[in-house]
Design a protein around this ligand. Structure first.
Ligand code: NBG
Length: 834
């Protein structure tokens, strides 16, 4: 429907168009206006939370105007757009980011001060938007920032979960999950009640023949649920481009509730349909790197994918182009296999609804999609049971079978003498029940498949997707090493360091071109610069120490070496090895004379991260860390020499405080298991060093910053398989130092030994799948090297500065440009260009 204002009335519009605040005064009057009208408060009733709300609304108003201009410009230019489909967007807070990206933080600081508030306190009021689990979700958020900052016409599509990742509380050393209800007040979203799509589930397929004798399949009946759009503006840094993140919320298709039932007294069941529908987008599944195959999760995936495709196609149709031009106008990136049903849904729309021939449709589909793989862990690879898909999406199951049939026929022609390959590459796994391998479907339905770091991209080509390289050739598989946005992870998280770097590199240009950091190497010997560098690190550690005091009640000395491991708790990430190492350190210190102790490097071992609620071993690891802390932190012999801290509820905002305060961070996954890791990049960018395995992006970080600036240890990916074979199930001889640690745990030093039996058994009895014992010695030795290196403070600072100078490669801007050129074939489009 045409809804534009007729020419004669446009003058009135232009006259009254608002522009958003321009300066401090304008900002203040917007804040006061929002406090007094939008929030219905006054200067006698304005706390920090109200000040936050009003400041956020003032910025939101500005953003939405830029948003409108960007959308108008992109519609008018009608060039190719990118759609990033992700079930997770771990955005964190928006206000600070908005202020910095549009360059108005100083204005806001001064304005808020005049109105009686400290900007830092106001920023702290915001609840994190935590619609993700870990690295995968945060990567999507960094990508949105880069896409907007580089002026790419791009949209994110996701789900508007009512509950994001749970809030973690630590009670008596145990993790307790508390729901994260974050939508109470969210000024950053715009409900679009006019943009609603009906989504179908269940029902059955009816076949008929048309006049020409062609079979027509129609999907009929079943349940309908409404998808309502909520938009979040994504401001680019130092540009007018403000892109859109569209999140779908589920509602009952037929109004609020069933009035007939209500009137006839069936009050409860009258709301049941509504609740059933709203359940779809109610909650984020809290598993990281684990697939559980739940029906509701499949419903979420189809609901989101179908609504997004409907929206994308509606936009494409506005330009009245022929279908064959779809891949020239639309690039869709699948963030892991979660949105893979989009491949099937597009094929269904093109053939069943738009009447295209199968081959013509399939050509469009495969040229539209790109698939990013984020893990090789078998337990994380998605499979859906055939009966479940049959039940929920009967027509899609038929199409999947047809896709598979066509695919296997070409493979058979290609390898006529190899019967086994068919079974290995098939989209259907012939188990009981049969399973659909979503990664296989994603590969077959995309024109490019990429891994997220070099080692990972090589591994997928030589292990899990080996046969597909044979089938499609090597060019379909590529690598795009992950990156992070320097805006949030340096400028926002560490403003003083960002300022110092700006002073030495000629302004804040490096935030748009991170390779400019290399200018820092010229100043590595500059005394005053080094001094300020050290002071900034110290101040960041003081800030973290205050947080630890306030939340854990433990006093830590900011002069100690801060040794940090913050990430989701997972056996493959080996937090257990870290805490075993800390126990080893504790036992060694205890065994020393007071004289010997004086020579030791004081350390604070800092942990943080959530365990999936159903991941028993991960919860045991958290429990052990807390119990070790309770013993060590109160041991008078030890004092400042060792503290063990677990920081509750690790999230994006906590990361922004913790990362700038680290001296050493741990990225110690079993080689070959961590696809990339992205916090490793954040820590180095903030002037901290790494202890890590030769895994994921650690390898490329080493190549960029130099082997002398990183503490690598442990077995290599290529040796892991063989090592596992040497482990005898039932009686594995563990490293003697590790055995001493186990003895201490088993003698009850850290509480009831039975609470930790599982962690020990996994190593000693169950084959030590993650090679904790194999790597323990070299881990301890490398930590000894770290202590030695840290004692030489000047040498340490040189390593830190040099590393930061060489981190330019890890900007998500570089990463997004690679996707744009090698996978999407899209060009930037500046809002102000005519
Ligand atoms: C995660 C990997 C990380 C990687 C992020 C982003 C999944 C399935 N994978 O190593 O474990 O950094 O993806 O690519 O969450």
């Amino acid at each position: 429907v045409e809804a534009s204002i007729p020419e004669p009335q446009r003058a009135a519009w232009l006259k009254h168009q608002v522009g958003g605040f321009k300066d401090k005064d304008g900002f203040e009057s917007e804040v006061v206006r929002h406090v007094e009208t939008t929030l219905a408060r006054s200067m006698f009733n304005c706390d920090e939370s109200a000040a936050y709300s009003a400041a956020a609304l003032a910025f939101r108003d500005r953003l939405i105007l830029e948003w409108n201009r960007t959308q108008q410009r992109q519609t008018y230019a009608d060039s190719k757009r990118v759609y990033y489909l992700s079930l997770e967007f771990l955005m964190g807070r928006a206000l600070d980011n908005a202020m910095l990206n549009i360059g108005q933080k100083d204005v806001a600081r001064a304005g808020l001060a005049e109105l009686g508030f400290r900007i830092e306190d106001v920023i702290e009021q915001e609840h994190d938007a935590a619609l993700g689990n870990g690295g995968l979700g945060r990567l999507a958020a960094c990508f949105l920032d880069s896409l907007a900052s580089l002026n790419y016409p791009a949209w994110g599509y996701g789900l508007r979960y009512r509950y994001g990742i749970f809030k973690q509380e630590i009670i008596d050393g145990y993790q307790v999950e508390v729901p994260d209800y974050w939508l109470d007040f969210n000024p950053w979203e715009f409900p679009r009640h006019d943009i609603a799509v009906d989504i179908q589930f269940y029902g059955n397929v009816v076949k008929s023949t048309d006049e020409s004798g062609k079979t027509i399949a129609t999907w009929e009946g079943g349940e309908t649920v409404k998808a309502v759009a909520y938009d979040m503006p994504i401001p680019g840094y130092a540009t007018s481009t403000t892109n859109n993140l569209r999140l779908w919320s589920s509602k009952a298709a037929s109004g609020e509730f069933d009035f007939q039932k209500f009137n006839s007294g069936e009050y409860e069941s009258s709301v049941a349909d509504q609740q059933r529908a709203e359940t779809i987008s109610a909650v984020l599944y809290p598993n990281d790197n684990l697939d559980r195959g739940k029906e509701l999760r499949l419903k979420q995936q189809y609901f989101w994918v179908a609504a997004s495709l409907y929206d994308i196609i509606r936009r494409f149709k506005k330009s009245k182009r022929p279908w064959e031009e779809f891949p020239d106008q639309v690039a869709i990136q699948l963030n892991d296999t979660h949105p893979t049903l989009a491949i099937v849904e597009l094929q269904r729309i093109l053939t069943d609804l738009e009447g295209l021939e199968w081959d013509e449709a399939w050509n469009i589909v495969t040229n539209t999609f790109g698939y990013t793989n984020h893990t090789v862990l078998p337990e994380a690879l998605e499979k859906w049971s055939v009966p479940l898909i049959q039940h929920l999406l009967p027509r899609h199951l038929q199409i999947i079978y047809d896709i598979n049939l066509e695919f296997l026929q070409t493979v058979e022609r290609q390898f006529p003498n190899d019967r086994d390959i068919l079974g290995r590459v098939s989209i259907i796994e012939e188990t009981q029940p049969k399973m659909i391998r979503m990664a296989h479907l994603a590969i077959v339905g995309s024109h490019k498949v990429n891994g997220v770091a070099e080692l990972h991209s090589d591994l997928i080509k030589t292990t899990i997707f080996k046969d597909f390289v044979e089938v499609f050739g090597p060019d379909k598989f590529t690598n795009v090493t992950n990156g992070i946005t320097p805006r949030r992870w340096l400028h926002q998280a560490n403003p003083r360091l960002s300022g110092l770097i700006a002073a030495k590199t000629g302004g804040h240009e490096f935030l748009s071109d991170l390779t400019l950091l290399n200018k820092l190497e010229l100043h590595v010997d500059d005394k005053a610069f080094r001094k300020e560098w050290a002071e900034i690190k110290y101040a960041n550690k003081v800030r973290l120490a205050k947080h630890i005091k306030a939340t854990n009640g433990v006093t830590v000395n900011p002069s100690s070496l801060f040794d940090v491991q913050v990430k989701r708790i997972h056996e493959y990430k080996r937090q257990q090895m870290n805490i075993f190492g800390a126990i080893h350190r504790y036992l060694s210190l205890k065994a020393m004379t007071p004289e010997e102790r004086k020579k030791q490097q004081p350390r604070v071992s800092i942990f943080g991260g959530k365990a999936a609620p159903g991941y028993w071993m991960a919860k045991q690891i958290i429990h052990l860390i807390n119990n070790v802390g309770a013993v060590v932190n109160n041991d008078k012999d030890i004092g400042d020499l060792l503290k063990v801290i677990f920081i509750e509820d690790y999230n994006v905002s906590k990361a922004e405080m913790i990362i700038p305060a680290s001296d050493l961070s741990e990225h110690i996954s079993t080689a070959g298991t961590e696809a990339s890791g992205t916090s490793n990049m954040k820590f180095v960018l903030n002037g901290g060093l790494i202890i890590g395995t030769c895994d994921g992006a650690n390898i490329e970080i080493t190549r960029e910053i130099g082997e002398n600036n990183i503490f690598l240890f442990g077995n290599l990916a290529e040796d892991v398989e063989d090592l596992r074979h040497t482990h005898t199930y039932g009686k594995h001889t563990v490293d003697p130092d590790l055995a001493r640690v186990f003895e201490a745990i088993e003698s009850g030093t850290f509480g009831n030994q039975e609470d930790f039996a599982g962690m020990i058994t996994a190593v000693r009895e169950h084959g030590d799948y993650y090679l904790v014992s194999d790597d323990f010695r070299s881990y301890l030795e490398t930590h000894a090297l770290v202590d030695e290196a840290y004692r030489d403070q000047e040498g340490w600072i040189t390593k830190c500065i040099t590393s930061v100078a060489r981190m330019g490669f890890f900007s998500s801007d570089r990463c997004i440009n690679e996707y744009a050129e090698e996978i999407w074939n899209v060009e930037p489009l500046k809002v102000d260009d005519e």
